[in-house]
Design a protein around this ligand. Structure first.
Ligand SMILES: C[S@@+](CC[C@H](N)C(=O)[O-])C[C@H]1O[C@@H](n2cnc3c(N)ncnc32)[C@H](O)[C@@H]1O
Length: 290
């Protein structure tokens, strides 16, 4: 199928026909706006008012090529190599998870808890991926020390480049959290983690775009021990979390109660709460050490 002219409106029609059945109308509009923002420098809110604009040949080819990649199911964030989290831009590629809206809610919860008086804290994010969590928090708590750890060197490289991109000082280290006895041999005032939490058996209900393109290392846990990361991190709190320090998790709602019970049985925390996300699912755990 040909694109009728260099008019943006014809490109939009082309996208609509090529991507029908892969994206719904709302997703398609959002994707087209992102593509126009990226390749044409338009503000995405104004794209609809610019449909009569003529674009040059190289812009047309870029947008056409992006459409071909979208047809394979590749997420737009991996095509443009950028994702927005808390309104900041992050570099992403297939070695890091695309930051999710639920994780923005987790960051909001942490920000609410650590209020602005909480300065000079030592904070670690376990399984940091793109580094989105510590980078956003460092923007607010600039007198605190933030670090992120991950088992993936590729993810750590991306996280470091995201700290530079967003002009903050966050340290990143390679560490396999399941095979360590102390987190970086330090004590932290706040430990955060959004670890892998999806069961392989849940994959059949998952979007192909996630399964085919996002890193399995970031997503999946073994069926026989679905809360392995949570248990390990809770155990590490004995030596690695300060008195009165906070632990924050993003959870798989299927196992929220199991994680809560494990935290309770560790007898390390004076308060433990499971908190629902905006869609009413038990998504976060917040605990404060005795
Ligand atoms: C769900 S992703 C979270 C990424 C990022 N924090 C976010 O919220 O967008 C989980 C991360 O845990 C990392 N990971 C997996 N196994 C790990 C391990 N044994 N030790 C440390 N990190 C691990 C993955 O590489 C991935 O970056």
């Amino acid at each position: 199928m040909k694109i009728n002219s260099n008019k943006l409106d014809d490109l939009f029609k082309y996208y609509s026909l090529q991507l029908v059945g892969i994206y719904d109308k709302e997703e398609l509009n959002a994707i087209f706006e992102l593509v126009c923002e990226y390749y044409l420098g338009f503000n995405k809110l104004n794209v609809k008012s610019k449909l009569n604009a003529n674009i040059n040949q190289s812009e047309l080819i870029n947008i056409y090529n992006a459409c071909n990649e979208l047809k394979t199911g590749k997420p737009i964030q991996y095509i443009l190599k950028e994702a927005y989290f808390y309104n900041l831009k992050f570099y992403v590629d297939s070695s890091t998870l695309i930051p999710r809206p639920e994780t923005e809610e987790l960051v909001y919860l942490i920000k609410e808890t650590l209020t602005n008086e909480s300065q000079g804290l030592n904070v670690v994010d376990i399984g940091t991926g793109s580094g989105c969590i510590p980078i956003i928090l460092k923007k607010q708590f600039d007198n605190s020390r933030f670090c992120g750890i991950d088992i993936s060197d590729k993810a750590l490289e991306i996280a470091s480049s995201n700290a530079v991109l967003n002009n903050v000082d966050v340290e990143f280290f390679n560490c396999d959290i399941l095979n360590t006895t102390h987190i970086l041999n330090l004590k932290f005032d706040c430990i955060i983690s959004n670890p892998p939490y999806v069961l392989y058996s849940e994959a059949i209900n998952m979007d192909r775009r996630v399964l085919n393109f996002e890193p399995s290392l970031a997503l999946f846990v073994e069926e026989n021990d679905p809360i392995i990361f949570y248990k390990k991190i809770i155990d590490l709190c004995l030596n690695s979390l300060s008195e009165n320090g906070f632990l924050f998790f993003e959870l798989n709602p299927l196992f929220a109660n199991d994680v809560m019970n494990y935290a309770d049985s560790a007898n390390l925390f004076k308060t433990i709460e499971v908190i629902k996300d905006m869609s009413g699912k038990q998504r976060f755990l917040k605990a404060q050490k005795k």
